[in-house]
Every structure is written in C-alpha cells, then in structure tokens.
Design a protein. Structure first.
Length: 221
C-alpha cells in the first residue's frame, strides 16, 4: 500500500485528491496538511509514516519549493510530487532540480495523478510530456550558455573583440598576432559555439553579456 500525505491549503482540493485515490486499491491517504510548516510537523511526528507527499507549491505560510528543500534534507528517501496550477515551464524545472520526484498540474487528468504517485513510489521519476520538452529546452539552453567557457583564452579574446566591432586586422594588432592566426582562432570558436558568421557571434556575445553595445569585452569569468 502506498501511503500518501496530501499538502494543500484548500480543503476542497484535498477532498478531491482523496476521492481520486480512494478507488485505486493500492494508494491510501494517511494524512493531510494545509500549509508548509504543518507538512514538516507531520513528517517529523511520523518519519516512517509516508511513502509519497503530494505538495502544493503555493501555500500561505511557506513556499512549496522551500518545503521541498527541507524535506530533501530531513527525509531523503521520501518521494515528493509537486502539485500546482502553474504551467510546467514556470516551476517544473526548478522543482525537479530541487529534488522533486514528479510534477503534476492540477489541470491534469485524475489518471495522470494516480500514475505519477505509483511511479514515484516505485522509485522512478514522473515527468509529463510537456515538462519533458521544457527540460530538454532548458538543458540545451544551459549547455549553450556555457559553451564560451570551453574556449581557450585566445579564442575568448577573439570572440569578445570581434563582437565589439573590431576587424580581423584590429584584433590582430590588439592581441599582437598575425591576422592569419586570428582567423584560425575565429574559425575554431565559431565551430565550438555552433555559429556561422560574425553577426551570430556578436549576437551570442551580447546575449550572454560578454560584451554590450558601446563597450569592450567584459573580464572573463
């Protein structure tokens, strides 16, 4: 039997969640909480009393993500599903990074909620198709944002100088190198960053605040 703690500040929501799992046969609601602090008190009073927590992210006394962080510290084996009205791309990524085992919108079908509870109770993650897509986009964005950190010092200097509007000859003079050598650095950094030309290079540098219009390159870091 999967023992569930429902945490939501709206009694009608808690009642609805109880009804959803009432006929499953393998899930039982062992407790309720109407706020983040009550969640922690309940778990501390019964540290072995629950398998899964359905945790609303918006509660009056303490944010669900803060409660999640505390649960992860005190009860690392307890599985937590974040339950929210927010769209996946608003808090889903943050919730999973914070240690949630799953993320379910209150607009989801009851069958999805039941599947999520069963899946996380079995030690697996539950991710909706919408959140999976957002996670993929997020990871891709993070990797792209860090690409310039993999550049050599010379490649990084070339990137910043070209993005600030200098020509190859001016960059060469600034770096005390030949234009041919600077051209090699430019080709390498374009390849590493997946860029095609100086316009994309400039856009990349400005987007990641390596340079700004009217300014030279920022210090590396």
């Amino acid at each position: 039997m999967i023992r569930l703690l429902i945490a939501d500040d709206h009694a009608i929501v808690r009642q609805g969640l109880r009804r959803i799992v009432a006929d499953t046969g393998d899930i039982t609601v062992e407790g309720e909480a109407d706020g983040g602090l009550q969640v922690l008190r309940e778990l501390r009073a019964r540290p072995d009393g629950y398998d899964v927590v359905l945790l609303d992210i918006s509660m009056p006394d303490r944010n669900g993500l803060e409660v999640l962080k505390q649960i992860r510290r005190e009860f690392p084996r307890l599985q937590v599903i974040i339950l929210t009205m927010h769209a996946e791309d608003e808090v889903g990524v943050r919730a999973l990074k914070g240690g949630a085992a799953g993320f379910v919108s209150k607009q989801s079908a009851p069958t999805e909620l039941v599947s999520a509870v069963r899946q996380v109770a079995a030690g697996r993650k539950y991710i909706s198709p919408a959140l999976a897509e957002e996670l993929a986009n997020h990871v891709s964005s993070d990797e792209r944002a860090q690409d310039h950190r993999a550049l050599s010092t010379r490649e990084y200097q070339t990137l910043c100088l070209l993005a600030s509007g200098k020509t190859l000859s001016e960059v060469a003079a600034k770096m005390a190198l030949s234009p041919k050598t600077v051209s090699v650095y430019r080709s390498r950094l374009l390849e590493k960053l997946g860029l095609r030309n100086n316009a994309e290079l400039t856009h990349y540098a400005i987007r990641h605040r390596l340079v700004t219009w009217g300014e030279g390159p920022h210090p590396r870091g």
